[in-house]
Ligand binder design. Structure first.
Ligand code: C2E
Ligand code: MG
Ligand code: MG
Length: 692
């Protein structure tokens, strides 16, 4: 063994220079003495002094043992001896040493033998890496992990932490079960290996290691995990690793998908709904533009579906709709979109056709397909559709307009006798278009609260005293202003809208009247006359509706008069009679409105349990001008007496007309002379001023 000589120190000097250029760590060069007290320090660099607090003079000539403090690790010395004797470079791992001031620091040794020209080992160079900072960081990591671990506890989530290399240092939480993992199972493995099949996760981890915070949902096989990935930082803000929390949201996602499905499908038939249909139509139109093909829309409405619904009940109606939906589906190519728009209306979209007649053929097939009767609740039911067709070639046609055109064509098919199809042609009347628009608006008007009730006082002709009011509906149209019933009631009467409007007016009028009765008591109490159209009269729920409204509003049945236009009576004698009797049984009173304009036979009138005849305005108008009208009014009054009814005159505009009515003995009247129909508030004021 050679002791340190000049020649040998030279070589370390050169090496040191090189080393110092590359190594900012502490460097110690010692002799190779293996006997106690061991090797002697011959050189230390600046890094070493920085790290330990010693100056070079203080350590040169001493053994490195001075840094070991109280530590007397025999194994360490043995290891050192072993390697030194073999002349190999080696890493001695991590040891804790002591600075000059006695404080601890952690370091990593890397020991390299230095040889002379002959290859003899003359010195050892120890490169020491200060690990104090990284270790402290690691401890911080462990501590913050522990914090998260307690937070997460048993939550149905996965909590994980990765070190700077992506190796799991923590993997906890109940959510692991869904992944088939046990807590801690992947610790020590790299996430880049464990989730190599889920590149999304790896990307998030990479970004988190880069300092980003990421919230994202990833699909892991059949499972969905909503996760947060964030950098774990030490006190100075350096990234130590990644902390992640992920919750198993598979169930929630499924629920959302279900909701999404529900939002776009009709609950009864599970067919796409209007929204989805319009969406697909829009998409198809944009494709059609590119592919020079046509898109056809078929509007399918079942003929007389209401009859089935009303006579067999809603459940049977629903069953039939489901069956129709299935049959439509089964008779069409899978590429066709069959949607239910609502009620008995379906829409079909066919893409990629060359000519309109392709769509007509489909319509024909549908008509034939529905011809075979359906079995509903053990009964055979036949139903036919009326179909309107429109075709479009580009996205210049808006889905909404197309559907409306198909709808118009469908109406045309109905008008031409049902169970057939019609292709839209632009000359199809503008009237139909407007009618349709009103119908659509009206449907919405009810829900949006655009309807109003105005009240026209009904007075005693003798005194002018207000004994009641007639409720007259108005529509406060957002664009067109206040609309009179003539502008929308006839349209409502063509559909079941009138039933809904009627129900609303009835409830509102009864509620209002009950309120007035309490505010302005009179004997007998104020009455209200509510108009009921012929279609409502045929509706099976009318009697129940009336009963329920009376109950809900607390209005005495005797305070409610229902006005039925004479003209609407002839349609169905017997069922109308039955409805009249049931209404009478409820205790409400009945008025035959516009009397004299219909065709009631005297024998029918005799059987009708009505309470009032309302003399039509057209006869009242002629009073004092046309002696015939005077005769008619007189005759109607007499007829009322004979039938055990009372009479009321409507449309009284002049004092002269009123005088005539008085002379003829007519007791009640309405008309502009007394008051125009007024909004509820104004009517209330009128009632307040005329109250006894
Ligand atoms: P109606 O039941 O015969 O109502 C009388 C109509 O004559 C009302 O028209 C009223 O404003 C008007 N009128 C009243 N006094 C005079 C007058 O002195 N001179 C003139 N020229 N007209 C007078 P309105 O309010 O436009 O109602 C028209 C029709 O609409 C009503 O005729 C009724 O059949 C129907 N209607 C109104 N509200 C409802 C409702 O809630 N349901 C149903 N089914 N029909 C209603
Ligand atoms: Mg009326
Ligand atoms: Mg009338």
């Amino acid at each position: 063994m050679k002791s340190s000589g000049r020649k040998h120190v030279e070589q370390p000097d050169r090496l040191i220079e090189t080393a110092m250029r590359h190594v900012s760590e502490a460097v110690v060069i010692t002799t190779t003495d293996l006997d106690l007290p061991g090797p002697k320090i011959v050189y230390v660099n600046e890094g070493f002094c920085r790290m330990t607090g010693y100056t070079a003079e203080e350590v040169i000539g001493k053994t490195p043992r001075i840094f070991q403090g109280p530590r007397t690790d025999r194994a360490e010395l043995d290891r050192l001896r072993y390697h030194l004797s073999r002349g190999e470079p080696f890493d001695d791992g991590e040891v804790t040493n002591y600075r000059k001031d006695g404080s601890e620091y952690v370091l990593n040794w890397h020991i390299v033998p230095l040889r002379d020209e002959a290859g003899e080992i003359t010195h050892w160079m120890a490169i020491q890496q200060d690990m104090t900072e990284p270790r402290r960081a690691q401890k911080a990591l462990q501590e913050s992990e522990a914090r998260y671990r307690t937070v997460v506890g048993n939550a149905p989530v996965v909590l994980f932490a990765l070190d700077g290399e992506g190796v799991f240092t923590l993997s906890e939480g109940k959510g692991l079960r869904a992944l088939g993992l046990k807590p801690g199972e992947v610790v020590g493995r790299s996430i880049f290996e464990v989730y190599r099949d889920v590149p999304e996760i790896l990307e998030h981890v990479r970004r988190a290691l880069g300092g980003e915070e990421i919230s994202a949902t990833v699909q892991v096989g059949p499972l969905a995990f909503e996760g947060f990935y964030g950098p774990l930082r030490d006190e100075d803000g350096g990234v130590l690793g990644v902390i992640g929390v992920a919750a198993d949201v598979t169930e929630r996602q499924r629920a959302q998908e279900r909701l999404h499905h529900q939002a776009l499908h009709d609950p009864l038939t599970d067919l796409p709904n209007r929204t989805l249909f319009m969406d697909r139509l829009e998409h198809a139109l944009s494709l059609a533009t590119r592919h020079l093909r046509l898109v056809a829309v078929l509007f399918v409405d079942l003929d007389d579906f209401k009859v089935v619904n009303d006579s067999l009940g809603h459940e049977a109606g629903d069953t039939l709709l489901i069956a129709v939906a299935e049959r439509l589906r089964s008779r069409l190519r899978p590429e066709a979109t069959v949607a239910r728009l609502g009620g008995d209306e379906f829409a079909i979209m066919i893409e990629n056709i060359m000519v309109v007649s392709d769509a007509s053929r489909v319509a024909q097939r549908i008509i034939e397909g529905l011809r075979e009767p359906f079995i509903v609740e053990g009964r055979q039911i036949s139903i036919s559709p009326s179909i309107g067709i429109v075709a479009a070639a580009s996205s210049r046609d808006r889905p909404k307009d197309l559907l409306r055109k198909a709808d118009i064509a469908m109406y045309e098919a109905k008008a031409k006798g049902k169970a057939r199809y019609e292709v839209f042609d632009p000359t199809m009347n503008a009237q139909a278009l407007e009618r349709l628009e009103v119908e659509n608006d009206l449907r919405r008007a009810i829900g949006r609260g655009e309807l109003r009730v105005h009240y026209q006082p009904k007075v005693l002709v003798s005194t002018g005293e207000i004994v009641g009011t007639e409720a007259l509906v108005r529509w406060e149209h957002p664009e067109r202003g206040l609309l009179s019933p003539a502008e929308f009631i006839p349209i409502a009467e063509e559909t079941d809208l009138i039933v809904r409007i009627g129900r609303w007016v009835l409830a509102e009028a009864c509620r209002q009247t009950r309120e007035w009765q309490e505010l302005y008591p009179s004997d007998p109490p104020l009455v209200v006359c509510v108009n009921v159209s012929g279609r409502q009269l045929l509706h099976p729920e009318l009697v129940d509706d009336v009963g329920r409204v009376l109950q809900e509003t607390g209005l005495e049945p005797g305070s409610l008069y229902l006005e039925i236009t004479e003209g609407s009576l002839i349609e169905d004698e017997l069922s109308t009679l039955a409805t009249f009797r049931e209404l009478k049984r409820l205790g409400v009173k009945l008025i035959l409105d516009d009397f004299g304009t219909g065709y009631s036979s005297l024998s029918y009138l005799k059987r009708l349990p009505a309470d009032f005849l309302k003399i039509d305005r057209s006869f009242v108008e002629g009073l004092g001008k046309d002696p015939k009208d005077e005769g008619i009014v007189s005759a109607v009054i007499n007829l009322a007496r004979v039938l055990g009814m009372e009479e009321i005159a409507e449309g009284v505009e002049t004092a002269e007309q009123a005088a005539h009515l008085r002379k003829l003995g007519c007791r009640f009247a309405q008309g502009y002379l007394f008051s125009k129909p007024l909004p509820a508030e104004a009517t209330g004021m009128l009632l307040a001023t005329s109250a006894p």
